[in-house]
Structures are given as C-alpha cells and as structure tokens.
Design a protein around this ligand. Structure first.
Ligand SMILES: [Zn+2]
Length: 220
C-alpha cells in the first residue's frame, strides 16, 4: 500500500530555527555588487553572472579568478604611449613590426583599442588622457601633450594622425595639437568626417572606424 504524505510530518515542527531569507552570504553579495557596478551590467545581470560562476566553478570561476589576479598584479600604464597593458612598454610600443614613422593621437585608451581593432593602422599610438574642456577645466597641461611633442621632436616620425572624437571638444583638441605640431616637418592628418557628429570612437562598430581610418586626410 502507498502512504502518500507520511514522510512530511516532521518538516514544519514547532521550535525549528526560522529560515533566513534567501539572501546570499556577504561574500557572494559583495561579488554581485561589484559586478553590478561594471558598465553594461545591472543587478539582474550581475546575479545571473554570479550564479553562472558558482555553478561552473572549474570552467568559469577559476579561470576568471586567475585572469583577474594576473591583470591586477601586472597592470601598467605604458610610459611611452599611455596605453594600459600588463607590460611597460606596452605590447604595441614593444612590437618591432609596428611602423615607427606613424603616430596616431587619441583621447583615451578605449579609443586606442577601438582603432587597433580595425587592424588598419600599422603605426603606434599616443594617449592624451582626455580632451580640452573649458567646461570641465581641462587645460593643455592636464593632457599628455608635452610628451607628444617630445616624441615628435625626437624625430623619426613622418605622419601624425589626429584621431580625436568628432565632438566639439575633440575637434578643439585636434586644432590645438595641430597648431603645436605646425613647426615639425611631418604630415598631419585627421580622421575623415564619416564619424557621426557627437559620436565617440569607443561606441562605433569596427566598420565605421575602419572607414574613418581609410579616409583620413591632411589637416586643412
Ligand atoms: Zn605603449
């Protein structure tokens, strides 16, 4: 004879420890919160990511931990170009196959990475660390402009590509740098205006970035 329900009698007995709400431990909660602060991830996606990491400990959690540890230990800003990498000089500056005669000037590291993904620029880069902005009080001495002039002054550079964002501040920065570089015997070019006005390099698809690089032209 089958006795349905006979096994469940003791589960809800009086005096049992009140069951805590389904919150994760402080450590897991801290991980979720850290992830939820990343760009493109909200609390919901962070929770999903954490659950995935917990379920796939060997194939997801451990490799992620190893990668984070290695990057955190070795993270360095390139003393030549301002790129962020795990070596100084960075992989691009240290690569002998790169054309040393071409230098591409960008506002931020994200722009460098966006342009390099296009694989159309064989030269090296220079990261300014921002753009001139009267509103935010960013002056020329706040950006890596002197080190850029130093690199050009040292010689061996034929072309400088001004790859600022197609924003008002980006273009102001480009004009300012063009004036400072006027005295050097170099070809000064800038990205073509195929970029959307108000757009930022980091958000564009690789095709648009590639098109803009191909159609770069001398500064008027
Ligand atoms: Zn570098």
């Amino acid at each position: 004879m089958i006795r349905i329900g006979a096994c469940c009698g003791r589960l809800s007995g009086a005096g049992a420890t009140p069951y805590l709400s389904a919150m994760a431990s402080p450590e897991i909660e801290a991980l979720t919160q850290a992830l939820s602060r990343l760009p493109g991830l909200g609390p919901r996606s962070a929770r999903r990511a954490v659950l995935h990491l917990i379920k796939k400990r060997e194939t997801a959690l451990e490799p992620l931990r190893a990668a984070l540890e290695q990057v955190a230990e070795r993270l360095a800003t390139c003393s030549i170009c301002g790129n962020v990498d795990t070596t100084d000089p960075c992989g691009i500056c240290a690569d002998p196959r790169r054309d040393q005669r071409s230098l591409c000037v960008v506002e931020e590291v994200a722009d460098l990475w966006a342009l390099d993904r296009s694989r159309l620029f064989p030269g090296r880069f220079h990261v300014l660390g921002g753009r001139l902005s009267a509103l935010e009080g960013v002056r020329p001495e706040d950006l890596a402009i002197d080190t850029l002039l130093g690199r050009v002054e040292a010689g061996g550079i034929d072309e400088v590509v001004l790859a600022m964002n197609a924003t008002l501040e980006g273009q102001t920065t480009a004009h300012y740098i063009a004036e400072r570089l006027e005295r050097f015997p170099i070809r000064l070019t800038q990205l073509a205006h195929g970029l959307p006005v108000g757009g930022e390099l980091d958000y564009l698809d690789e095709g648009t970035v590639a098109q803009a690089l191909r159609a770069r032209r001398p500064v008027a």
